[in-house]
Design a protein around this ligand. Sequence first.
Ligand code: LLP
Length: 418
Amino acid sequence: MNHFTSRNGELFCEQVAVTDIARQVGTPFYLYSKATLTRHFQAFDAAFASIKHLTCFAVKSCSNIAILNLFAGLGGGADIVSGGELYRTLRAGVDPQRIIYSGVGKTEAELRYAIESQILLFNIESGQELERLQRVAASMGVTAPVSFRINPDVDPQTHAYISTGLAKNKFGIPIAEALALYLQAEGMEHIAVKGVSCHIGSQLTLIAPFIEALHKIKIFVEKLADNGIVIQYIDLGGGVGITYDAEQPPHPQEYGEAIIKELQGVDAILILEPGRVLVGNAGILVTEVQYTKTNQGIDKAKKFVVVDAAMNDLTRPSLYGAYHAIVPVRNTGAAHEVVDIVGPICETGDFLAKDRELPVVEQGDLLAVMSAGAYGFSMSSNYNSRPRVAEVLVDGEHFHIIRQRETFPDLVTGEQIP
Ligand code: LLP
């Protein structure tokens, strides 16, 4: 459920007409609904209300500090994967004791910054990372709190690029090797062993892989206990999918119930790292039609709608072949036709949709690319020297620009002619 609705054929975000925002902000822009973000966070968090837990929003999915601040105000923590994300998260006012740090390649400087910031947990992904963290913590005269990210070798049945919990993926520590690492860590003066974590993939539409992974983690936690290691946290990562098209992912309530059932008898605080499920359907990308054109082939004609948003603004269609629903902001009731919706970038791979049925549109019409709140702006770039677009947050009858559109001077900031 989200707060993007059609009223008399006109798309609204909460109480604001999308067209009004476009008139004032220009296009393209990302548009988020505060009520939807709030509702999604609360629905997810409520699913775990009966157990000790911490919901750490996956910052990579949507990193604007206004959104991080909103979730922090609702009691959320943050799952970060870089020094830059740590900086944002702190700027947004997230309590450091609610920040966990994942990722396979943390640099020494990043580890130092996170130790200084007194975050809750480091999710360690290799023996070398453990040794580096011990060295950095020792040089600072402190103890670093860690979980180890276990790779449970479970197939999440999702897109290959976003499967992370299979042995062939670069993530985590094979479950068979993990005990030795825990025992090594127990002997390290500047490491405090606190938990176990895993993250098997993203956009999962089935509950079974999560439960399979959790089951393996549970058995592993018992093995740790047999070896005298008692942990306080179990982190199940993120990954619950959303509906982009016809997918039927589990409702957070159903997901929560299955996990709580599997966790019965385990005394640990559950950490979750949801990203997409909180923000995906709380954001859209609004773009304006620049041109329509038809390329006449030998056997058939191909119609293109050229818009002002491109693969640098929303990379998911180009990168993963991902589907995003695209609808006119004002429905004119025009007949439908099949088109490719493409951007201005000089690559054939620059498209938002292919062979898509769309009401006939004209130059100047606005289109809404739906379900763009997750991995939308956060994956955008300046390719083709395109300034990154504005981000806008609607709250009831008002809207706020939460990130200004970049300017041409922004594009060359930091560049120098020697
Ligand atoms: N925790 C860790 C350690 C992760 O690597 C991820 C996502 C999450 C949590 C959040 O997963 P979520 O709840 O959002 O599924 N760019 C891709 C998605 C990449 C996901 C990477 N890891 C896309 O646009 O589909």
